[in-house]
Design a protein around this ligand. Sequence first.
Ligand SMILES: [Zn+2]
Length: 120
Amino acid sequence: MHEFPITQQIIRIAEGKTREAGASRVLAVSLVVGDQSGFIGDSIQMYFDAISEGTCCEGAVLTITHVRPKLRCTACGLLFERKPFSFACTGCGADGEPTEVGKEFYIDHIEVVPGGLDHD
Ligand SMILES: [Zn+2]
């Protein structure tokens, strides 16, 4: 459920950016969401469509890039994608330890309609 406030925040940021650029509306928002960020992309997508109604984000395309968690091997240093139920390094078989990869959560890009100030 905590996707709701974070989605509101994303829309507020997009609105700020739209004003800053003198644009009329947002075309697209790109998000990067790690699988271990604690946020569920599908929920953000759902809230985005609902909350953006009537704002400059209405109709904008929300693109979510998912990041799979990676482990770093304690023996050989290899960074590898974790397999279910396993911590084994894909290179040498030693145990890997968690890294920050997969915990990302940020707005990568906001695309606005440029110079969208119409005078009617
Ligand atoms: Zn290794």
